[in-house]
Design a protein around this ligand. Structure first.
Ligand code: ATP
Length: 286
């Protein structure tokens, strides 16, 4: 989707102020253009799934939206201000990033690892206060991790460590969550728990202030739990919009280079890979 830049102060039809906006963003990796001239505004109350094939540029985009990578062209604004103009601590109070991979270099209790993400809120000598410890405990509770609070982080399984990383991002208490493959290593039950936690996090009293942008390879969970999707093809183009308008058989087949069909049963829908030589309903790739 390539659209003209819009003023950062633009409100949507529901009167919501933009939380994050990409203005004419172009992302490159070596000689490849991953995303070209992309302009889009993200509003509070939305859960965005960034989808696309391996190497399409999902991590690159999330890192750029977080202000950790420079774009080749264009810029990103948060609350109407360019990311580059935000002081570091204030930026960390406004957006939390969960990276794709975490490597722990030392032993530490799970609770203390989660508490590290309270750093943008610490004052004075930098010691955490009761409300910081309460925030860390609440984040662990939200993801069913309270029983692991005293465990050494080095002893966790891959899925447990992934959920602790998500708890740490939640504990940062920033209204914008940028999550790079938060479902990686999680079994189906915990993937759904994770999405339900994020849905709860962005609805109700918080719908006017909180946004989630995550990358995810499971198109069906995205169709069920995300409100919007951004589908990258890795060659510069992207489609952005309501999740069911974007993660369609036609658009997803083209982006992933494999025909997908949408099957429906008892009110449920699923995008599944077409069987080679199977029924003619599978879309032909253009
Ligand atoms: N320094 C670099 N030089 C050249 N290419 C790079 C460099 N860094 C990253 N890339 C390439 O940029 C592309 C986008 O990488 P990115 O990690 O953003 O993709 P992704 O969509 O998140 O992939 P995945 O689904 O595999 O996690 C990849 O093809 C990667 O090899």
């Amino acid at each position: 989707m390539r659209t003209a830049p819009t003023p950062a102060s633009r409100f949507d039809a529901a009167g919501r102020a933009p939380q994050l906006s990409a203005q004419r963003l172009t992302l490159r990796a070596g000689s490849r253009t991953l995303l070209e001239d992309f302009t889009h505004t993200f509003y509070p109350g939305e859960i965005w799934c960034i989808a696309g094939p391996n190497g399409a540029g999902k991590t690159t985009l999330i890192s750029t939206l977080a202000g950790l990578m420079k774009s080749a062209h264009g810029h990103v604004e948060m609350d109407g201000v360019r990311l580059a103009d935000w002081p570091g601590v204030e930026l960390a109070q406004r957006r939390a990033l969960m990276p794709q991979s975490i490597r722990d270099a030392f032993s530490a209790r799970v609770l203390d690892i989660v508490l590290l993400n309270r750093f943008p809120h610490l004052t004075g000598w930098g010691w955490e206060r009761d409300d910081d410890r309460a925030a860390a405990q609440a984040a662990l509770d939200a993801l069913g991790l309270a029983p692991l609070a005293s465990r050494d982080v080095l002893s966790l399984s891959g899925g447990e460590r992934q959920r602790v990383a998500l708890a740490a991002a939640l504990c940062q208490d920033a209204p914008l969550l940028l999550l790079d493959e938060p479902l990686a290593h999680l079994d189906l039950h915990h993937q759904i728990d994770c999405f339900e936690t994020l849905t709860h996090w962005t609805t109700g009293a918080h719908a006017a202030s909180r946004t989630v942008i995550l990358s995810c390879h499971d198109l069906n969970l995205a169709r069920r739990f995300a409100t919007h999707a951004l589908l990258m093809d890795g060659n510069g183009a992207a489609h952005a919009g309501p999740v069911r308008d974007v993660l369609t058989p036609a658009l997803a087949s083209r982006a992933f280079g494999y025909p997908l069909v949408l099957i429906e049963d008892a009110g449920y829908e699923a995008l599944v890979p077409a069987v080679r030589g199977g029924p003619a309903s599978a879309p032909k790739l253009l």
